[in-house]
Write a protein that binds this ligand. Structure first.
Ligand SMILES: [Ca+2]
Length: 106
């Protein structure tokens, strides 16, 4: 996670989309278990919103989490796992994330 904390690095806008997406995926995968509050292997909207509100969150990390949040339905649909809908809530798994990002252009 070295790059995410460096305030002097290029802004996301000046990097290629592919590089940013790859950072995004790295960030989410590295933090997945800490975001997954109930440890069920799925991130729900609630869990992502809680992660977003963490006081230590950087602007860049918040942007990454927002990206996931607005695409939740799409990402959750990527891989057909047994429980995309958990108690009426959509959840995204590590498989969903990896497959979704691998399919994105860039
Ligand atoms: Ca969870």
């Amino acid at each position: 996670m070295q790059e995410l904390d460096d305030p002097f690095q290029e802004s996301a806008a000046s990097q290629s989309a592919g590089a940013v997406l790859s950072q995004l995926l790295d960030f989410i995968l590295a933090s997945f278990s800490s975001f997954d509050l109930n440890k069920d292997g799925f991130l729900t909207r609630f869990e992502i919103e809680r992660a977003l509100q963490a006081p230590e969150r950087t602007i860049k990390e918040a942007a990454f989490l927002q990206f996931i949040l607005v695409r939740m339905n799409e990402i959750a649909d990527t891989v057909t796992d047994e429980s995309e809908v958990l108690n009426g809530e959509i959840g995204i798994s590590i498989d969903d994330l990896k497959t979704y990002f691998a399919a994105l252009p860039g």
